[in-house]
Design a protein around this ligand. Structure first.
Ligand code: ZN
Length: 246
């Protein structure tokens, strides 16, 4: 009998943080091609962020449009996050958007679709409203330079709302989350593979291919992050899949 190659069978995976590029002005992929890529790598569910370039899903109409495209073309289930920025003025649409979404994504830091930094205080009205609309659906934080402890003290401590800190790139953030978890606050933190396996040094040789939001960390910090992940102090690995056009 021929010897079978060694194989490991694991459950299908869930990616809580992807940026599929449809709809929008970035044509690097479609929902169809992105979901097929995920399926072929063993993902049974992916969760799509709201800041589509040129067409952020910050309105009910766009949210429905995205869901319609997912329904028609995706190979796997795709969940979506609602978006609400201080300038998007979508409070009246948010109740229905909340029903269609698995969480709220808040961009306090500069990134695709958001060209400025915000303070935690800029988002308090939005978080308070989300807490009333969807108390069981997490607030996902892209924090930028905003103060992490100030964010947590409002969303998790004052509102008691489940809060997830996306894509950490520094051990100090993990230590803050460790501490507030010990106090019983509902906070989790995630990390992306590139913040463990690549370092800020790679920018010298790879240029814009190694430029990330948040940026790659110094080697000593990537080693600490790897250790914290191995010790179970980081809750989840999220891909931050976000193809850019060449
Ligand atoms: Zn992201």
């Amino acid at each position: 009998m021929p010897k079978l190659p060694e194989q490991i069978i694991i459950p299908s995976a869930v990616d809580i943080h992807v940026h599929l590029r449809e709809p929008g002005t970035n044509k690097a992929e479609t929902i169809e091609s992105g979901s097929l890529a995920a399926l072929l790598r063993g993902f049974a569910l992916i969760c799509d962020m709201s800041n589509n370039p040129g067409r952020p899903t910050w309105t009910l109409r766009r949210t429905k449009d995205k869901h319609d495209r997912i329904w028609r073309t995706s190979y796997i289930p795709i969940a979506t996050y609602a978006g609400s920025q201080p300038e998007s003025n979508n409070e009246r649409e948010l109740p229905k958007m909340a029903l269609l979404s698995i969480g709220l994504k808040s961009y306090l830091g500069e990134t695709t679709g958001n060209d400025r930094e915000y303070k935690a205080s800029d988002f308090k009205d939005i978080w308070r409203l989300w807490n009333q609309l969807a108390p069981e659906k997490p607030i996902m934080i892209h924090r930028g330079s905003a103060d992490l402890e100030e964010i947590i003290s409002f969303t998790a401590a004052e509102l008691g709302h489940r809060t997830h800190i996306c894509h950490t790139n520094h051990p100090d953030e993990v230590e803050i989350v460790q501490r507030v978890k010990r106090e019983g606050l509902p906070v989790t933190i995630g990390i992306c593979p590139h913040h463990i396996f690549k370092t800020s040094h790679d920018v010298l040789t790879e240029g814009s291919f190694a430029q990330m939001q948040p940026p790659l960390a110094h080697q000593i910090d990537t080693e600490k992050l790897m250790y914290l992940l191995a010790m179970g102090e980081i809750d989840i690995v999220e891909s931050e899949h976000a193809p850019h056009q060449g």
